[in-house]
Design a protein. Structure first.
Lengths: 224, 218
């Protein structure tokens, strides 16, 4: 059984097809780097997988609890850090949401300011709060949309640690990114989207690791 | 459980910011006070107009409350996180509707003494039947309003769109609430319209719960 499967997914925005029959199958425990140029359909595909958008055609299936980290940080400015995480713990059905929230804040170095309102936090602290929210309920599937973009150094370190812990636990990760070199180091599989079509999906090879441009040159439309 | 968590979050946020309750209470008081000075009515005329006036104020105050319901989720893309969470769509909707109901009931109960004072109407004589009518009609306003708040959340002119969509649907329920309120304040209540409020609430609550996933995920 696949942890995530998208079968011939189309998504239209008006007349424009943002996804054109994209298919992807992700085995449990895999870490997929979803790459492609701007406008290729990465965010659209991730939003469909996360249940935030409905495919115009095609089908998706998801197995296991999901954690989602999108472009927005997804935390409430007028709630404190502990209130934010306790809320999401309750929504995830955790048996002890407050204890889980406290542990998560400890993990990302925000335990000292747990009662401070999110709007009073620096950008880096808010990013760490958002990251801890996505990982709070130990999801079996993580959908991350450009997770490393505009993070500060500390947030990058926190995210890398949480990702490696999640992989060690056997969680499945699907992560869109423009930072191909970093993504290749983390990924077990790679999926390349181009103009809404999935033109490559398979295991990451040594060529991709040594030369991040290899995938685009081999499978992509180099004439562009 | 998830619905209660969302309702609690909305009420806590509102308690801290007071962004919709301040606007709604001041609007209600200003309208009630202005109308009391605008018309020189005798007691019978005031009693005849009482239900209509009260529900006009409550309906407009309600739009101010429900407008913020899903709009509150827009900053930081919180709505995405809420929808992607394991909480079902109906729980998200019910949590938000319950929070709006509590806020609008608060506004209405705060405004009732002002109404009694400026129009010299004894609303305490039939307080509990009046409370029942207010609660049923308020649930009707909040359940339809919260659903349309979700529909208009990503619309640029949502503050204008929401009342345009909301009020036509509320008309039958508001007419019933107005007639019963006028009757109760006059001391000759006809509670047969209570069935209209109950049926309206049941239909629109069921419809909203059924449709909310189609509204939130497009």
């Amino acid at each position: 059984m696949h942890a995530v499967a998208a079968d011939g997914v189309w998504k239209y925005f008006g007349d424009y097809p943002a996804l054109r029959g994209a298919s992807l199958e992700v085995a449990p425990g895999a870490c997929v780097a979803l790459i492609g140029r701007n406008g290729a359909g990465k965010t659209t595909l991730l939003r469909i997988l996360a249940g935030l958008s409905r495919p115009s055609k095609g089908a998706i299936s998801i197995h296991g609890r999901m954690g989602y980290l999108g472009h927005g940080i997804g935390v409430y400015d007028d709630l404190s850090a502990i209130e934010n995480l306790t809320l999401f713990g309750r929504l995830a059905g955790l048996s002890k949401p407050k204890e889980s929230a406290n542990a998560a804040l400890e993990h990302v170095g925000l335990a000292r300011v747990k009662d401070g309102l999110a709007r009073e936090f620096s950008r880096g602290m808010r990013q760490r709060l958002a990251i801890s929210r996505a990982f709070l309920h130990n999801p079996e599937l993580l959908l991350l949309d450009e997770p490393f973009t505009s993070l500060d150094d500390r947030a990058v370190a926190v995210l890398q640690k949480l990702l490696s812990d999640a992989r060690a636990r056997g969680s499945t990760i699907v992560m869109s990114t423009h930072q191909i070199r970093e993504a290749m180091e983390l990924a077990s599989d790679v999926a390349l989207l181009e103009r809404g079509r999935m033109i490559f999906a398979g295991p990451r090879s040594s060529e991709m690791l040594l030369d991040p441009g290899w995938l685009y040159r081999t499978y992509g439309d180099v004439k562009e | 459980m998830a619905a209660l968590a969302i309702a609690g979050k909305d009420l806590r946020t509102e308690w801290r910011t007071k962004e919709s309750i301040n606007a709604s209470v001041s609007f209600s008081w200003v309208i009630l006070v202005l109308f009391s000075f605008a018309f020189d009515l005798d007691r019978e005329e005031k009693l005849a107009l009482s239900g209509g006036l009260l529900w006009l104020v409550y309906a407009f105050a309600g739009a101010l409350i429900v407008n913020r319901s899903f709009a509150r989720e827009v900053p930081n893309d919180c709505l995405d996180v809420l929808v992607a969470s394991p909480a079902p769509g109906w729980a998200i909707f019910l949590g938000k509707a319950v929070a709006c109901f509590a806020l609008l009931m608060t506004v209405e109960l705060i405004s009732l003494p002002v109404f009694g004072l400026f129009y010299n109407i004894n609303w305490t004589a039939a307080f509990f039947p009046l409370l029942l009518v207010i609660a049923l009609a308020t649930w009707g306003i909040t359940v339809v309003g919260t659903a349309f708040s979700a529909v208009t959340v990503n619309v640029r002119l949502r503050e204008l769109m929401l009342p345009v969509l909301l009020y036509p649907l509320l008309i039958p329920m508001l007419i019933g609430a107005m007639e019963m309120t006028t009757g109760l304040l006059n001391g000759n209540a006809v509670m047969s319209d209570i069935r209209l409020l109950i049926v309206f609430d049941a239909i629109f609550t069921s419809l909203a719960i059924y449709l909310i996933d189609f509204i939130l995920v497009i």
